[in-house]
Design a binder for this molecule. Structure first.
Ligand SMILES: O=C(O)CCC(=O)C(=O)O
Ligand SMILES: [Fe+2]
Length: 392
């Protein structure tokens, strides 16, 4: 099977050297090939390979859906966003929001109980919460975002909204390509989605500061799977070289996925893994290390998470999909997925997607949970708020 490569020097050449298990770099897929019926047949097999064997890919040539000028404009706002006065950032802190949207100070987030060394604004596509008293708590995990005062950073809000709309559209189209790559009709995964007004997808803008000599940890964000279907982080190029995301292959090695200009990194979340007969698609464990000590600039990224509908229980027989035998064979050739030490969202086995999402948010942001979901907070943190991990 061939992999479409963009000619870029940082990509290590030895892709899939021995077996797919030991992949040692991440393939680059040219999105524009999916747009015409004459080139789509070269795109789909590469996507199939990434879905089943790797769990990660770079996507290039997405200009038809995500405007490069908009991406440049968004990038130019990011250092200004983090340079806002601390009290202005705190005005839109995440603890204000039952939807876990807003600003988190450095060190406010936990992954597997350990502190992540990053500062971030969680901002989602526009959505009105449908939760009313008496409804399931997890309906309230989606709702409106908080933005900094417009006069402090004029134009940022609209730019971010436009960006989120465009990457969400890319995600929605990409889901149809995933369905085709898995031998289904292009709407083969549509059962996992609600109507657009009842969907929300999340983004965030993240700064990973350069640690000092004395820092005890270089955990930008600890090893985890994403719970959603798709994760489309935009890694921004830095003044000094940064390793970027690292991805774990089936033998447990961490593979660098450095930023490549003009691409998105796409990885698949546990929702998709569980929804595809418990593991045709691979969700892949990943982490981010802090920039090396002495780097001249922090690392910035804009992750985006494409969700499935809140009420879907992916393991409910009514959502079961029949895949063609060739796809099942490819899964069998790959073998079963190893257990890693990452946050793994095994709750998908029994819980609706919204509840899995809410539980993940509670564990990552206990102070927000204490305020808005006291019963769940008590369940996960019976001894009270941990010393680290407050989003105030
Ligand atoms: O910062 C990044 O590039 C990715 C972060 C990530 O994996 C996450 O927030 O889930
Ligand atoms: Fe992630």
């Amino acid at each position: 099977m061939t992999i479409a490569f963009v000619n870029f020097p940082v990509i290590i050449l030895s892709i899939m050297s021995e077996s797919s298990k030991n992949f040692s770099s991440i393939p680059i897929l040219d999105y524009s090939l999916s747009l015409s019926s004459s080139t789509k047949p070269t795109f789909i097999p590469n996507l199939r390979n990434a879905l089943i064997n790797i769990g990660f890919l770079y996507l290039s040539n997405t200009d038809a859906v995500v405007d490069p000028a908009l991406v440049e404009s968004l990038k130019s706002y990011i250092p200004k966003l983090f340079a806002l006065a601390q009290d202005e950032k705190d005005k839109i802190r995440m603890a204000n929001s039952p939807h876990f949207l807003g600003y988190s100070r450095l060190g406010a987030e936990l992954t597997k109980g350990k502190t992540d060394y990053r500062e971030q604004f969680d901002i989602a596509t526009e959505h009105v919460s449908r939760w009313r008293p008496g409804d399931p708590d997890f309906w309230n995990v989606w709702g409106p975002s908080q933005y900094p005062d417009e006069s402090l950073i004029p134009g940022f809000q609209q730019t971010m909204k436009n960006y989120l709309t465009q990457v969400a559209a890319l995600g929605t189209t990409f889901i149809t390509l995933i369905a085709e790559a898995l031998g289904l009709p292009s709407d083969g995964l549509s059962r996992f989605y609600d109507t657009p007004d009842r969907m929300q997808h999340r983004g965030k803008v993240v700064q990973y500061p350069v640690p000092s000599e004395r820092s005890i940890s270089n955990q930008g964000v600890g090893p985890h799977y994403d719970h959603q279907v798709l994760h489309e982080p935009l890694q921004l190029l830095q003044a000094s070289p940064h390793p970027g995301i690292q991805v774990q292959n089936l033998t447990g090695d961490w593979i660098d996925a450095p930023p490549i200009p003009g691409t998105f990194v796409i990885n698949f979340g546990r929702a998709l893994e569980f929804a595809t007969n418990l593991g045709i698609v691979r969700a892949t464990s990943h982490r981010v290390l802090s920039p090396p000590v002495g780097s001249s600039s922090p690392r910035y990224s804009v992750p985006f998470f494409h969700n499935i509908a809140l009420d879907v229980r992916v393991r409910d027989p009514k959502y079961e999909i029949e895949f063609p035998p060739e796809i099942l064979e490819l899964r069998d050739e790959r073998g079963s997925l190893s257990q890693t030490d990452s946050v793994n969202y095994s709750e998908f086995e029994t819980q609706p997607s919204g509840m899995v999402q809410l539980m993940g948010r509670v564990k990552s942001h206990p102070d927000v949970a204490q305020r808005h979901y006291p019963a769940l907070f008590q369940r996960f943190f019976p001894d009270g708020l941990p010393a680290a991990g407050s989003a105030y």
